[in-house]
Ligand binder design. Structure first.
Ligand SMILES: [Zn+2]
Length: 156
């Protein structure tokens, strides 16, 4: 198994900016093997991503059957993914009543909110910040202040 060396933003950048194919490939292995335990370092590397891509774009990393470049590309992809916002949609289908208004606390965007007094329906439209899927959440107040919720995905 590949043992990550002194894994830090400074070390990875120093190796990558050397423009030495062997050292970049080793740094790419470090990134791939540390992406779970050192996500914070990948986030720190994100501002240098363009520069790293530029350096490795035209380089030849060799490879017997498959090009070694794929390890370098995978490492760059992991850095890119490290700052992406997680999709929140799965939270909506947890087995407990979700109030559209309160889903803001989880990071959803509240696009509209309405209360229909005649039918005692509280209606919210929210949007997932990552995948931008919209949902309508209707809450029906029944007796004893029990609410039942209906969540429907909306397509534009
Ligand atoms: Zn989503």
């Amino acid at each position: 198994m590949h043992e990550p060396r002194n894994f830090s933003k400074e070390f990875i950048l120093q190796e990558w900016l050397s423009s030495d194919a062997y050292r970049i490939l080793q740094a790419a292995h470090d990134i791939r093997h540390s992406c779970i335990t050192h996500k914070d370092i990948l986030i720190e590397l994100y501002p240098s991503l363009e520069q790293m891509e530029y350096i490795s774009r035209t380089m030849d990393f060799g490879g017997m059957i498959l090009p070694n470049k794929r390890f370098v590309d995978k490492a760059l992809q992991l850095i890119k993914k490290s700052i992406e916002k997680p999709c929140l949609c799965s939270l909506l289908f947890e087995p407990f009543n979700q109030n559209g208004h309160h889903m803001q606390n989880f990071g959803f965007q509240l696009l509209s909110e309405d209360y229909d007094t005649d039918f005692m329906v509280h209606e919210c439209v929210i949007r997932c910040p990552a995948c931008r899927q919209k949902y309508k959440i209707e809450e029906y107040n029944t007796c004893w202040h029990m609410t039942s919720t209906v969540t429907t995905p909306i397509n534009d």
